[in-house]
Design a protein around this ligand. Structure first.
Ligand code: SAM
Ligand code: SF4
Length: 329
């Protein structure tokens, strides 16, 4: 059944859902989670597969055709490939953001289940620095997962995401540029955002995309590619034709103007911005027996109030209580 498009109060048509399938994670990245972890949700607090399927189907009827599954770490959710198999037919594009730790185990099953795009997060190509950032000595295993994924032509182009932090990432920039030139991976640097569990973020810790771009361009000249509508990344190709690289610059160059994204947390709360201070419960109404029309009305009312833009760079910015792992990046 087709429903009217989902539109916010600023006239933006919502087409992209980022859905978190778990708040748990097997890593403890400095910029995301404390070393001791966080108080996890109880199992019955987390949306069940059938509940997720229902929400995705309803949103798809309203024109949400891009779905990204994330977390926490999505691959730690039990039977995750089965969920992918349930959801893939409902949308045009199903992508997964993962830290790659379990990819060697799951790449074949996920591709077979219908996942067609992957973002693998890697912050350093040096084992000891990877350990420092993620608090897990897991770089060889993550690289093995990446290779398992690369064996599937359907999964290309594979994106490798690195969070850019001043005082850490500078050393990684040229090795990552070379990685992107030598392998079929598009490396993308993401500016460090105020979504860390410790609320220790400060603007001077952000290594901007432009600084990184300039450093790469000085060694390996880059040419800009046209920006696609709703894109989060500014992409460049290497001038000699070998590889591509991207920059996600939410802090230094916010891209809120044509944002078409909404998010749903693992416990079924709808968030209309990464930095939202309000959220809307969907699990409660679903478990209380709301029908699809009632659920649609709740979703439309929340989306209508979607924030015009984030206020990270403005005085008085308030960081949300939830860290990135509990939102779903
Ligand atoms: N665990 C999976 C992973 O790491 O890819 C998926 C969830 S993780 C929250 C999604 C993305 O958010 C990752 O690429 C991660 O690096 C990024 N991220 C986490 N905290 C961040 C922060 N404070 N600023 C910028 N990016 C962040
Ligand atoms: Fe886990 Fe991803 Fe957060 Fe790292 S960024 S702690 S892998 S959820």
């Amino acid at each position: 059944m087709a429903r009217a498009p989902l539109i916010d109060g600023h006239g933006r048509r919502i087409g992209d859902l980022r859905l978190s399938v778990t708040d748990r994670c097997n890593f403890r990245c400095q910029y995301c989670m404390p070393a001791e972890g966080l108080p996890w949700l109880d199992r019955d607090e987390v949306l069940r597969f059938e509940e997720i399927e229902r929400i995705v189907a309803l949103l798809a009827e309203m024109g949400v055709r891009d779905l990204r599954l994330t977390g926490g770490e999505p691959l730690v959710r039990r039977d995750f490939p089965q969920l992918v198999r349930m959801l893939a037919p409902l949308v045009d594009d199903l992508s997964i953001t993962t830290n790659g730790y379990l990819l060697e185990r799951d790449a074949d099953a996920l591709v077979a289940a219908g996942a067609n795009r992957f973002n693998v997060s890697i912050d350093s190509l040096q084992r000891d620095r990877f350990f420092e950032m993620t608090r897990r000595d897991a770089l060889p295993r993550v690289l093995a997962g990446l290779r398992a994924l690369a064996a599937h032509p359907e999964a290309h182009p594979i994106k490798v995401n690195a969070v850019a932090m001043r005082g850490f990432t500078e050393e990684e920039v040229i090795p990552f540029a070379e990685f992107a030139r030598e392998h079929p991976y598009e490396v993308r640097f993401i500016e460090f955002m105020p979504l860390d569990a410790g609320h220790a973020w400060s603007p001077d810790q952000v290594l901007t995309g432009e600084e990184i771009r300039a450093a790469i361009h000085a060694v390996y000249p880059l040419e800009p590619e046209p920006r696609e509508p709703h894109a989060t990344a500014r992409t460049y190709r290497f001038a000699d034709g070998r590889g591509r690289i991207g920059f996600i610059n939410p802090v230094s160059e916010p891209f809120c103007g044509d944002c078409n994204r909404i998010r749903i947390t693992a416990e079924g709360r709808l968030r209309t911005c990464l930095f939202s201070l309000n959220e809307t419960d969907l699990r409660g109404p679903i478990r209380a027996g709301a029908d699809d029309d009632e659920l649609e009305a709740i979703i439309r009312a929340a989306v209508w109030r979607k924030e015009l833009k984030h206020r990270v760079n403005e005085p008085g910015f308030v960081q949300p209580d939830r860290p990135m792992s509990a939102i779903g990046g």
